[in-house]
Structure formats: structure tokens, C-alpha cells
Design a protein around this ligand. Structure first.
Ligand code: SAM
Length: 278
């Protein structure tokens, strides 16, 4: 797996069939992200409240392997929306991600168009969505380009449409670990985008989002799982856990998160929601 290139290029290299084992190690812990998001608000009410007639159209931005809609399904979304059809378009630059997301989608979702592109490149003719969401999705979008990407996402909503971005804050494990990794092993890497930068980009795109923070810890007793999780967090499987523990800012960060049961990492995640102004 190539370890070179921008953060966005390394992300794309890992969101591929060759990265499946790393993806599975990552979700041994990151599965909690989706439990937390689904519990954080009444998503069925958001979908029902922004429907037009018998259907709601959704744009799933950076759909990844579909963990968010899969968790909504598991937690009874079909019953909660009743007769409503939820027509979902999938956007992701990775064809692997789009195929994975498509394979897990079930009622009440029906899959519409696929947009194999970056959020920054979403064409103008993809638009009018009742709902647009991006869940743990935009870290690899360069901070210098997040404004353009979010502007495209907001433009793709219909006036009055509902938007949601769920993203870890600068205080969260994902961002703190990425910064420590950059300082220790990859000083030229493009930084990850934070929830705070996402909020600024939304304001720049003309919306004032509500921000609801959620806090939780994730951990695992098995060192091999922790190694796979941490490597996937930064799209670099060339650095072993032993090496991470013994070098620089990464070593210091990990020392502060170790306990008798293995590791615990604290996530601070912002749920940003808005309605596109008319
Ligand atoms: C962690 S996954 C998203 C998880 C997903 N929301 C879910 O429910 O499972 C991140 C995705 O972002 C995609 N990605 C990376 N750079 C992107 C960009 N510039 N625009 C849109 N998607 C991007 C990756 O290909 C990957 O599929």
C-alpha cells in the first residue's frame, strides 16, 4: 500500500480492496462512532420533516462503506419512517467505497445515483436534495479546500433542505493523533480538517449551524487491533505500534492513553446541523 502522497491520496489508496483488512481493524473501535451518531438525534424525524410527498432524497457525502445508514437500519429506521421512501445518492471518490455502501443499503433506503468524485468536484447538476449528510467523512479534505467542498454540499441542497455533518473536533482522538503522527513521522503531510474548520466553512457558505458535541471513549485490549486502528486513523500501515510507542509526540500521546486494559481514546465529536436558507 503506498505511504506517499497527500493525505487525500493516501486516504484514497486505503479506501480500496487492498485496504479491507485495515478497514476492518479500524471499525473494531470506530463502530462506536456510528452508535453514538444514531443515538445523538431523531434522524427519522429529520427525514420525515424534510420529505416532499412520499419520498425524501438524500445525498450521502463521502459515503465510505455505509456504516451510518447501516446503523440507522439496524436501529429501526424503516419502522420509524413508516411509508416514507428514502432515495439516497452516494458520493465518494473511491469506487470501492461506493460499492461497499451500496451493498449494505436496505429499506427504507433505495439507492439512486452514484457520484464518483470528491466533494469539491460535485457537479452543479447534482442538486435539489432534501437532506445532505456527511458523517466522519471530511478529515482528508485539505483544510485549504474544505470551504469549496462545503459550498458544493450546501449548493446541492434545496432551499429549506436539512444538512448534517458529524465530525471530530480538534480535541478529539482522531485530530490529536493525526497531529502527533504528522509531527513525528510525516512533517510534510497535509493536516486533517477539524470540526471547527467545517463550522467556519459552513458559515462561509451562508449557513449558521447548530453544534451539539458528543463525548465518548473507545478502546480495545488486543494490541494487533489497536495497531490496525491507529494505522488506519492516519492512512499509514508502515509504522508498527512498537515504533509509535517509542517515538516523539506519538509516543507521548499514546503513553497518556494506556491503562491496564490496553488503550482508551477520547472522542469529542460535533454534530453540526442546519437548514439551507431559502
Ligand atoms: C470514514 S469514510 C466515511 C464513513 C461513512 N460516512 C460511513 O457512514 O461509513 C471516509 C470516506 O471519505 C472519502 N473521501 C476522501 N476524500 C474525499 C473527498 N475529498 N471528498 C469526498 N469524499 C472523500 C473516502 O474515499 C472514504 O470513503
Amino acid at each position: 500500500m503506498p505511504q506517499q502522497g497527500t493525505t487525500e491520496e493516501r486516504s484514497l489508496a486505503h479506501w480500496a480492496e487492498e485496504g479491507r483488512a485495515g478497514m476492518e481493524a479500524f471499525y473494531a473501535l470506530a463502530v462506536e462512532d456510528y452508535r453514538q451518531i444514531v443515538a445523538a438525534r431523531d434522524w427519522a424525524a429529520d427525514l420525515r420533516g424534510h420529505a416532499r410527498g412520499a419520498a425524501t432524497t438524500v445525498l450521502d457525502v463521502a459515503c465510505g462503506s455505509g456504516k451510518f445508514p447501516a446503523e440507522l437500519q439496524r436501529r429501526g429506521l424503516a419502522d420509524a419512517v413508516g411509508d416514507l421512501r428514502v432515495e439516497i445518492d452516494l458520493l465518494d471518490p473511491s469506487p470501492f467505497s461506493i460499492a461497499e455502501a451500496r451493498s449494505v443499503l436496505a429499506a427504507p433506503f433505495t439507492v439512486g445515483a452514484e457520484h464518483e468524485c470528491r466533494i469539491q468536484d460535485l457537479p452543479d447538476d447534482a442538486g435539489g436534495f432534501d437532506v445532505a449528510w456527511a458523517t466522519h467523512a471530511l478529515y482528508a479534505v485539505p483544510p485549504a479546500e474544505i470551504g469549496a467542498g462545503i459550498a458544493r454540499m450546501v449548493a446541492a441542497q434545496r432551499p429549506g433542505g436539512f444538512g448534517a455533518i458529524v465530525h471530530a473536533s480538534a480535541d478529539s482522538h482522531y485530530l490529536r493523533f493525526a497531529e502527533a503522527y504528522r509531527a513525528t513521522f510525516a512533517p510534510d503531510a497535509v493536516p486533517f480538517t477539524t470540526a471547527e474548520q467545517v463550522r467556519e466553512a459552513l458559515v462561509g457558505a451562508g449557513v449558521e449551524p447548530a453544534v451539539a458535541p458528543i463525548h465518548y471513549d473507545v478502546g480495545h485490549p488486543d494490541r494487533a487491533v489497536i495497531e490496525g486502528f491507529l494505522q488506519r486513523c492516519v492512512f499509514d500501515d508502515s509504522v508498527s505500534l512498537d515504533r509509535m510507542e517509542s517515538e516523539g509526540a506519538v509516543g507521548e500521546y499514546l503513553a497518556g492513553r494506556r491503562n491496564d486494559d490496553g488503550y482508551r481514546f477520547t472522542q469529542v465529536v460535533h454534530v453540526l446541523t442546519w437548514e439551507r436558507p431559502a
